[in-house]
Design a protein around this ligand. Structure first.
Ligand SMILES: [Zn+2]
Length: 254
């Protein structure tokens, strides 16, 4: 899929009553039976009319009872207010740490979903949403098509927690993985990313120890061939990841 196609909004019916609006920012609405939940709420408030009519059309007669925010960055919450106003929805996030480690279930007669904290990969409040019946896992910005998602410094400790968390996501064995941004993927891409990170760290360490400067390291560690089709990976994500690892190694923290 080329970048332009991936950036155009499209409604993907992952399962009956489980719809993802896939674009640069992703959003989903899920029918639980008596009511619906929404996962994330985009960046642009001006999409209110378009999105609310798409929900009404694809889940006729359902009102949105909860908006689940994987985290509260501005590009995930823009339509929260519209859903509160027009559906009487309640916004659920883990900004205050209110969702304990066992997570919180939302259950209806048709299906149930679980919101589960997986903190400190992208933000302190990261949550994933799991729909077990269809094996659909919403991972927010923990998986970013080749990005190292940490907003804090990469160190041995934060890197280890990140890998440990992605391994927890892999253990769900999800059939469909919905990242916060860009195309949908599967558990295979999560596994590939963990391998990529290990490879990247080893290659950057070797190049650094050989005395190469940053530009030479970037040339020495080219993007893996099988990942060249990853969304925005060649454009900037690989270079960004190399730079983050180089800086961590240079700081002596990695
Ligand atoms: Zn974010």
């Amino acid at each position: 899929m080329n970048a332009e196609q991936a950036d155009l909004p499209k409604l993907i019916q992952v399962a009956e009553g489980l719809i993802v609006r896939q674009a640069v920012d992703n959003m989903a609405w899920i029918d639980l039976g008596e009511y619906a939940v929404v996962v994330d709420a985009l960046e642009q408030p001006e999409l209110e009319t378009e999105v609310l009519s798409a929900i009404a059309k694809t889940l006729p007669g359902r009102s949105v009872r909860y908006v689940l925010n994987t985290h509260t960055h501005y590009d995930h919450v823009a339509l929260n207010g519209a859903l509160v106003r027009r559906h009487g929805a309640q916004v659920v996030d883990n900004a205050s740490g209110a969702i304990g480690a066992p997570g919180r279930w939302f259950q209806g007669s048709r299906r149930k979903v679980q919101m589960l904290p997986m903190p400190s990969c992208h933000t302190e409040e990261d949550c994933v949403v799991w729909a077990p019946q269809e094996g659909v896992l919403f991972v927010g910005d923990i998986f970013g098509w080749g990005l190292i998602p940490l907003s804090c410094e990469l160190t041995d400790q934060t890197g280890a927690l990140l890998v440990q968390t992605v391994n927890r996501l892999i253990a769900f064995d999800a059939a469909v993985v919905v990242p916060g941004h860009g195309p949908l993927c599967s558990t295979a891409e999560l596994k590939r990313w963990v391998e990529y990170l290990h490879w990247l760290v080893a290659e950057v360490r070797r190049a650094y120890q050989a005395g190469l400067d940053d530009k030479a390291i970037l040339r020495q560690v080219p993007p893996p061939k099988d990942m060249t089709g990853w969304w925005r990976f060649l454009a900037w994500k690989h270079a960004d990841s190399v730079t983050k690892v180089v800086q961590a190694v240079r700081r002596g923290k990695f």
